[in-house]
Design a protein around this ligand. Structure first.
Ligand SMILES: Cc1ncc(COP(=O)(O)O)c(C=O)c1O
Length: 368
C-alpha cells in the first residue's frame, strides 16, 4: 500500500506546530466535561465500568444511541469500529475484489482511493472541479459505470473542499446505484457539522439497501481521541462480513470510549450547537480575510464540515508557501500535494476555537 501522505505529513508536523490552521475536527472537550454531562444512569455505568473485552459489534446501548442518527434503522444496523479509518478499511476490503470496478471522487481522504487500489480493482477517479464549486457531477458518474462496477465511494460534506451533496443529487445517485445494483459507500464523518448543519441530507444507509454510511465521534463531535466510529447499513450480512474482518484488527472497542461516546451522543444537541457556532463564527472571519486577500487567494465557501480548499494564486508553489509559513510563524496548513492534487491549493480548517489567532499569524506572515 502506498504511504498515506496526509497522515504522514500530520505525523511529522501536527504535534510540533503551535498554530494548527488545517484541522479537520471540531474543537474537542475535556473528558471531565463529558462526564459532568452524564445522566445518573450513565454516571453509574462509568463508575462501575469493568475494563474487560467489549462486545465486537459495539455496546448495545451505544449502537442504539447511534441508530437514532439514522431514521428507520435500529441498533442491529450499526457496527462500531476503532475510528472511521477502521470502518473504511473493513468495508472497502470486504466489498471489493480483484477486477471489480470502483468509482471514487477525488481529491479525497486517501484511504477511500488507496484501499480499492490495493485490492487490484479497476478504479475510475472522478475529479471534483473548482469551476463547478466542487459539486458532484452525476453525468460523469453515469458515464463511468461499467458492467462490473461494484461500488461508488463518496464523501460529503467533503474533505478537503467542504462541499455537500444536496438531497436531490443523493437520490439521483442512489437511483443509479439501484438501477445498476451498485454498493454506495458514503463517508459522512462531517455530517451535522457546518454553517448550514447539513441536516437536510439523509444518510445513504437510510435510502438504499446497499448503502453504507460511515460516521465517527472524531469530526463533528470533536472527539477523535475516543477512536469510536461506526458503519450503518441495512444489510446485516455485509455488517457481519465486516465484523469478521474487525476480528483481525481491533476485535472490539475501548470500554471507556464506548461509555464516553454514549454520554456525548445523549447530549449531542448541546455539543453540536457549540461546535456549529464555532464553525459559523470562524467562517465569517474567513469571509473577511479572503475578501481582504482576494489578490492572493481564491476559495469556494464551504457548505458543510469544517475544512475548505483554498487556491493560492501566486506563482510560488503551495508546498513552498506552506513550508515558509511553518518555519517562520509555526502555522500549519496542508498543501494539496498530500492529496495528490495537481492544483496550487491548501486545506484550511475552521472548527477550532483558536482559528482567529492562527489566522492572525498567517496575516502577519503575509504582511511581513
Ligand atoms: C473524510 C474522512 N474520512 C475518514 C477519516 C478518518 O477518521 P478517524 O480519524 O476518525 O478514523 C477522516 C479523517 O481525517 C476523514 O477526513
Amino acid at each position: 500500500m502506498n504511504v498515506f501522505k496526509l497522515e504522514e505529513y500530520l505525523t511529522k508536523y501536527e504535534f510540533s506546530s503551535q498554530y494548527l490552521l488545517c484541522c479537520s475536527d471540531a474543537e474537542s472537550f475535556k473528558m471531565s466535561t463529558i462526564i459532568e454531562m452524564a445522566t445518573a444512569e450513565e454516571h453509574k455505568m462509568w463508575d462501575n465500568l469493568s475494563l474487560q473485552y467489549t462486545e465486537p459489534y459495539g455496546h448495545p446501548l451505544l449502537r442504539q444511541k447511534i441508530s437514532e442518527l439514522y431514521p428507520g434503522l435500529s441498533y442491529e444496523n450499526i457496527l462500531c469500529f476503532a475510528g472511521a479509518e477502521e470502518g473504511i478499511f473493513c468495508a472497502l476490503s470486504c466489498l471489493i475484489q480483484k477486477n471489480d470496478h470502483v468509482i471514487t471522487l477525488t481529491p479525497c481522504y486517501q484511504s477511500l482511493l488507496e484501499i480499492p487500489k490495493s485490492k487490484s480493482a479497476d478504479v475510475t477517479e472522478i475529479e471534483l472541479q473548482e469551476e463547478n464549486n466542487w459539486q458532484i457531477d452525476l453525468d460523469l458518474i453515469r458515464k463511468a459505470i461499467k458492467p462490473n462496477t461494484k461500488c461508488i465511494v463518496i464523501n460529503f460534506p467533503h474533505n478537503p473542499t467542504g462541499q455537500i451533496i444536496e438531497e436531490n443529487q443523493l437520490k439521483s445517485l442512489i437511483e443509479l446505484c439501484e438501477h445498476h445494483d451498485i454498493w454506495l459507500f458514503s463517508d459522512e464523518v462531517y455530517r451535522l457539522l457546518g454553517p448550514s448543519k447539513n441536516e437536510g441530507t439523509t444518510p445513504a444507509a437510510c435510502l438504499w439497501s446497499k448503502g453504507l454510511s460511515l460516521g465517527v465521534m472524531s469530526k463533528s463531535f470533536g472527539m477523535p481521541g475516543l477512536r469510536i466510529g461506526w458503519i450503518a447499513c441495512q444489510n446485516k450480512t455485509m455488517l457481519h462480513q465486516m465484523k469478521l474482518m474487525k476480528d483481525y484488527l481491533s476485535i472490539c472497542n475501548s470500554a471507556p470510549s464506548e461509555i464516553l461516546s454514549l454520554i456525548a451522543l445523549t447530549h449531542r444537541e448541546e455539543i453540536l450547537k457549540r461546535n456549529n457556532k464555532i464553525v459559523s463564527d470562524n467562517l465569517k472571519i474567513l469571509d473577511q480575510f479572503f475578501l481582504e486577500y482576494h489578490h492572493l487567494f481564491e476559495w469556494v465557501r464551504p457548505k458543510g464540515g469544517c475544512v475548505g480548499f483554498v487556491k493560492y494564486k501566486s506563482p510560488e508553489s503551495v508546498d513552498s508557501f506552506c513550508d515558509r509559513l511553518l518555519k517562520k510563524k509555526n502555522v500549519l496548513l496542508l498543501p494539496a500535494s498530500v492529496y495528490d492534487y495537481h492544483g496550487n491549493h491548501f486545506r484550511i480548517g475552521f472548527g477550532r476555537k483558536n482559528m482567529p489567532e492562527c489566522l492572525d499569524r498567517l496575516k502577519e506572515f503575509l504582511n511581513d
